[in-house]
Design a protein around this ligand. Structure first.
Ligand SMILES: NC(=O)c1ccc[n+]([C@@H]2O[C@H](COP(=O)([O-])OP(=O)(O)OC[C@H]3O[C@@H](n4cnc5c(N)ncnc54)[C@H](O)[C@@H]3O)[C@@H](O)[C@H]2O)c1
Length: 264
């Protein structure tokens, strides 16, 4: 087998664990604009090895495409896998400007236990039908992940997966928390106990699985609300609106967060 390396670009909350995951089965080096995060010695040691896959783990911005292109120029990989959460159509746009296959592989998990989550979730991926070497790239990526102990599943197109990450993961989570916020505001208004009220739905959820009780905390962090701007759908901005009105109306937000963050 040809001696080559993989590169992980962006050594933050997802890049670092992805680097660690891949390190078990492949020579892999990390690259970051913040050079302090890099293992400079290892990076220099493998400088002359060809790059097999470039794993993009940098945050999305309106310069994302430009950044990916300059990473492509820097490392000349045979294939790029984007692990970041991105705006719909981004993979197709990048693919139309590059002659190597571009895979989108959305990341699921919570940053505090990302390595564990990377191992336990199936890593979905997709590649555009008109990309070069579709079969080769899909096989290379799924085999690499298999070697790392991670199952993969291919989706029919990149747009479906780009939307899935936002619509069925982060925004959906926000939407569910919104209902907890609304029901908590109502409970407070009427002076009743939130948890006691929600006991009523416990069994229904147990039997039917469609009444999850969520915890009415403030939606902070850097996923649910920032991801809304990736899709910019009027209906989904309700999540941000309800979150903000919950903060304004709930005078005891700190104690609510404290109470429920323990059990979340
Ligand atoms: N943090 C999570 O739990 C999580 C979960 C799923 C998906 N994501 C997605 O993963 C992506 C990255 O998120 P994160 O939380 O790891 O971000 P982060 O801010 O923790 O890390 C990003 C890293 O990328 C580096 N970087 C930025 N631009 C770069 C460039 N052009 N070249 C090289 N390095 C560059 C930064 O210096 C930083 O170290 C985002 O799209 C995010 O939505 C994050």
């Amino acid at each position: 087998m040809k001696n080559n390396k993989d590169v992980v670009a962006g050594l933050g909350e997802i890049g670092k664990p992805i680097l660690k995951l891949l390190s078990k089965s492949q020579i892999v080096v990390g690259y970051d604009i913040n050079s302090k995060l890099m293992d400079q010695k290892k990076f220099a040691k493998h400088k002359n090895l060809d790059t097999h896959i470039l794993h993009v783990c940098i945050p999305f911005s309106n310069k994302f495409q430009i950044h990916v292109k300059s990473l492509y120029k820097k490392f000349s990989p045979e294939c790029i896998v984007i692990h970041s959460t991105i705006s719909p159509h981004t993979t197709k746009r990048i693919q139309s400007n590059l002659k190597i296959p571009i895979i989108y592989s959305a990341t699921r998990g919570v940053h505090t236990r990302m390595l564990r989550d990377l191992r336990r979730y199936t890593k979905f991926f997709a590649i555009d039908k008109d990309a070069p070497k579709v079969k080769w790239a899909s096989t290379q990526y799924s085999q690499l992940m298999k070697k790392c102990g991670v199952k993969t599943k291919k989706m029919s197109d990149t747009l479906t997966l780009e939307l899935a990450k936002i619509i069925t993961d982060t925004s959906y989570y926000g939407w569910l928390i919104n209902y907890a916020q609304i029901s908590n505001m109502i409970a407070i208004k009427h002076g009743i106990d939130y948890d006691e009220m929600w006991e009523f739905s416990d069994e229904i959820h147990k039997f039917l699985g469609n009444r999850p009780k969520m915890f009415p905390g403030f939606i902070g962090g850097h996923c649910v609300i920032p991801n809304l701007s990736l899709i910019d759908e009027k209906s989904l901005w309700q999540i941000d609106k309800i979150n903000n009105s919950f903060t304004k109306e709930s005078k005891n937000i700190k104690s609510i967060n404290k109470k429920y963050s323990k059990s979340n």
